[in-house]
Design a protein around this ligand. Structure first.
Ligand code: HEC
Length: 245
């Protein structure tokens, strides 16, 4: 019995250690009601991401309506992968090519914000750093050995890894990745880049649940209705019980 416990502990220990090493995610403030941010996010997504990633559960027309983009503008600026507004937003790249070029097909991003959370997407886009041992010359703080090339390098510049030496209880010293230096050589300041990736994250938060903004505002009306209903019911109760007391 004890032997087995030891075995389980021995198997689980490395996982525990791996989790403990993870760099904490960076927090992002998204606002689903900020239509301008969503519009910028959509524009940037189409320009920088749609070459590889699809939003297969969203149609162009729906996106245009929700983001208040008139059809002619939508067609001219955002419909890069199709001519028909009712089409789903599919990447121009066939899945098989993705596997061939990157080893992994770029995942569909419609639901990524629900699957991994906004903080993850934001951190992931800020987590690329130079690593010569990798095929694309980059690695990622939040997704070790990432297969995605860093397509925003011209904007953020190149970040360098920061290591700290740690000695474990058995006396072994090793280098642990703890963060990155600010990017150099990019066209954006760190603040501008933060805003840029916030917009994309906000947009992916929208694609994961296009009805969210509407649901929230509906929620306010429901609460107001319930409050009013409570007052009416209370008055009615008073009226009924008047003769009893
Ligand atoms: C040149 C192709 C390419 C472009 C352009 C690209 N990606 Fe990717 N992306 C990939 C590949 C390949 C993966 C799979 C990475 C892996 O599993 O290691 C990926 C994975 C991801 C993931 C998931 C990471 C995870 O933890 O699984 C996110 C989020 C993502 N990309 C966001 C973006 C965003 C946002 C853009 C636009 C700014 C973008 N990508 C542009 C190829 C691309």
């Amino acid at each position: 019995m004890f032997k087995r416990l030891w075995l389980i502990a021995a198997i689980l220990l490395p996982f525990g250690a791996a989790v403990a090493q993870e760099v904490p995610l960076q927090h992002v403030h998204t606002n689903i009601n900020d239509v301008q941010s969503l519009q910028r996010g959509a524009r940037d997504f189409m320009n920088y991401c749609s070459g590889c990633h699809s939003l297969r559960y969203l149609r162009y027309e729906r996106m245009g309506k929700d983001l208040q983009i008139p059809l002619p503008l939508l067609k001219k600026n955002l419909m890069l992968t199709s001519k028909k507004p009712l089409d789903h937003i599919l990447s121009a790249m066939p899945e098989a090519d993705g596997v061939k070029w990157f080893g992994v097909a770029p995942p569909d991003l419609t639901l990524m914000s629900r699957y991994m959370g906004n903080d993850y997407i934001y951190s992931f886009l800020k987590g690329f750093y130079a690593d010569k041992t990798r095929l694309w010359g980059v690695n990622n703080l939040y997704k070790p050995n990432v297969a995605m090339p860093f397509v925003l390098a011209t904007l953020q510049g190149v970040q360098k890894p920061v290591y700290k030496s740690v000695t474990d209880p058995s006396g072994h010293t090793r280098m642990e990745l703890v963060g990155v230096t600010p990017g150099t050589g990019g066209s954006m300041t760190p603040a501008q880049y933060d805003e840029f990736v916030t917009d994309i994250t906000n947009f992916l938060n929208y694609t994961a649940e296009p009805i969210k903004a509407e649901r929230r505002s509906l929620g306010v009306y429901v609460m107001l209705f319930l409050a009013l209903f409570f007052v009416l019911t209370y008055l009615l109760k008073k009226e009924y019980w008047k003769d009893v007391h």
